[in-house]
Design a protein around this ligand. Structure first.
Ligand code: HPA
Length: 245
């Protein structure tokens, strides 16, 4: 009976939208307040469809195209809950993460926009599905190519390559430099979600891409202010929205 009622009003466990309230193209910021800011500043006629756990989601219009923007929280497990429900319960077809990352290499600079072509990971959330083997979580080639093309039209400089999706933000001193191994293999930056997004997209046959702005640098220790971290990602978000049009 409960399951029937749940189906009837078309909610999922963590998203309270009705079936038709979410667009088939969704932007995924980690921070729900960034979802709100994107809806308020870049979308027209935006309506909030989710406030469960404060994980805000909105649907509005961008250049005539219906798009949604949904907060995911931090880490693979949190993102994978929201992405799974968007794909399985709301039939979302295109998911574009708009996030922040820590720069790993010298030639990656603060505020750079990164197109995450692939997302290596230390997370068991991916490894559990491939015992003794390694899966390569990869962006949609179509979206990655379109992002690089649109970036040059929008005059946004991007760097495209491999990133690391890590389960950990903080490390113990005895680990030494936890990122040197990844630097040795040319990994541009570290964040905490994209490998989970790419794994789900591959398994559930939808398209996904992560665009990331470098908010801090793990070689130099530089970082942008908290306010800039929350709000100043307009270039990257416009690039992400250009993929919908
Ligand atoms: N580590 C992990 N994730 C991040 C970082 C970082 O330094 N910066 C932004 N997202």
């Amino acid at each position: 009976m409960l399951i029937f009622a749940h189906n009837l009003i078309k909610m999922s466990i963590h998203i309270e939208a009705k079936q038709d309230e979410i667009a088939d193209f969704v932007l995924l910021p980690g921070d729900p307040l960034r979802a709100k800011h994107i809806a308020e500043t870049l979308l027209t006629d935006a309506v909030c469809y989710n406030n469960v756990r404060g994980m805000l989601g909105f649907t509005g219009c961008y250049n005539g195209k219906r798009v949604s923007v949904q907060g995911t929280g931090m880490g693979l497990p949190s993102l994978m809950i929201y992405a799974s429900e968007l794909i399985n319960d709301y039939k979302v077809k295109t998911l574009v993460r708009v996030g922040t990352c820590g720069g790993l290499l010298e030639d990656v600079e603060l505020r750079d926009v990164i197109v995450a072509v692939s997302a290596s990971t230390d997370s068991f959330s991916v490894a559990r599905y491939f015992p003794g083997m390694t899966f390569a979580p990869t962006a949609s080639f179509r979206l990655a190519q379109l992002a690089v093309e649109n970036a040059s039209e929008l005059n946004i400089h991007v760097k495209a390559g491999n990133i690391l999706s890590s389960d950990l933000f903080y490390h113990f001193p005895e680990e030494g430099d936890a990122y040197q191994l990844w630097r040795d293999y040319g990994t541009l930056a570290v964040e905490m979600e994209s490998a989970g997004l790419y794994l789900l997209a591959a398994r559930l046959k939808v398209e996904a891409l992560s665009l990331l702005t470098v908010s801090d640098h793990l070689l130099t220790g530089e970082h942008v202010s908290a306010q800039e971290r929350q709000f100043n990602f307009t270039n990257m978000t416009k690039l992400a929205l250009s993929l919908a049009v």
